[in-house]
Design a protein around this ligand. Structure first.
Ligand SMILES: [Zn+2]
Length: 254
């Protein structure tokens, strides 16, 4: 049996058992095997990896590893400048769009509130989620590292926090999303885009009291739900500003 020595850097260590973190790991394997196999043998999903050095040379996931070789594995957005190196995904997804797995409903609603196109489907199996993410160019969000290890998944993000209220902040920071937010333009229930409506156009759909107090409404193109700038709008703006301090609100639905 061949062996390879692997060293994982920064937060990739979170995927390892405590006794294996921040040190060289020697893994037995059947040589030759692709880099992908060794990384996942250690328990780290390939979607979390940005740069791999094999004997000091940057390589991709399919490069074969032989007996006695050394791998250094770096995460997405590791602080040092990786530009001269081969990045595993040379084309970042230009407009971030997401697919959240069944357990991340609260995160999906939070992303929609911030304007990100986010599918949340709780009745698809792992294989279908992986295929859908690839076909539609969506970043797959999950706490299931096995799902991120599927070959079909090219862009994914392992959501480390367990608490729903911490997951949105984690993702915004990890993928540096604050410059891209466009809050209040998407339905948090169905992901549909909202379009402006005058009071007369929603007459039969909102209570008279609400109709009289608002000058503009928004209607979801997907499910037809009517939104307006309700009393909790200011609280929602404060919540967004706590996540993205530079956000300057314009009036919108809540
Ligand atoms: Zn809707």
């Amino acid at each position: 049996m061949a062996t390879a020595t692997l060293r994982f850097y920064a937060e990739l260590n979170d995927f390892l058992p405590p006794e294996q973190r921040q040190r060289n790991l020697t893994l037995p394997f059947a040589a030759p095997a692709p880099v992908r196999h060794l990384i996942e043998l250690a328990g780290v999903p390939h979607t979390e990896v940005e740069v791999i050095l094999l004997e000091g040379e940057s390589v991709d996931l399919e490069t074969p590893v032989g007996d006695g070789q050394r791998l250094a594995v770096y995460p997405v957005f590791e602080a040092f400048d990786t530009r001269p190196l081969l990045r595993l995904r040379p084309h970042p997804l230009r407009t971030p769009r997401f697919l959240a797995d069944a357990h991340l409903g609260a995160l999906a609603r939070g992303l929609r509130l911030l304007g990100f196109d986010t599918l949340w489907l709780n009745d698809l199996g792992d294989a279908n989620l992986a295929i859908l993410a690839r076909r539609e160019g969506r970043i797959l969000l999950t706490r299931d590292r096995r799902l991120l290890m599927r070959r079909e998944v090219t862009h994914g993000c392992y959501i480390h926090p367990v608490a729903p209220q911490e997951q949105l902040a984690y993702l915004l920071e990890h993928l540096q999303l604050c410059p891209e937010i466009a809050p209040f333009n998407r339905c948090t229930l169905c992901n549909g885009l909202l379009e402006e409506r005058l009071p007369a156009q929603v007459q039969s759909q909102v209570p008279p009291r609400v109709q009289a107090s608002q000058e503009v409404f928004w209607r979801c193109r997907g499910c037809g739900r009517i939104y307006w700038q309700g009393s909790h709008w200011h609280a929602m703006v404060r919540r967004i500003q706590a996540l993205c301090p530079d956000y300057a609100p314009v009036p919108g639905p809540s």
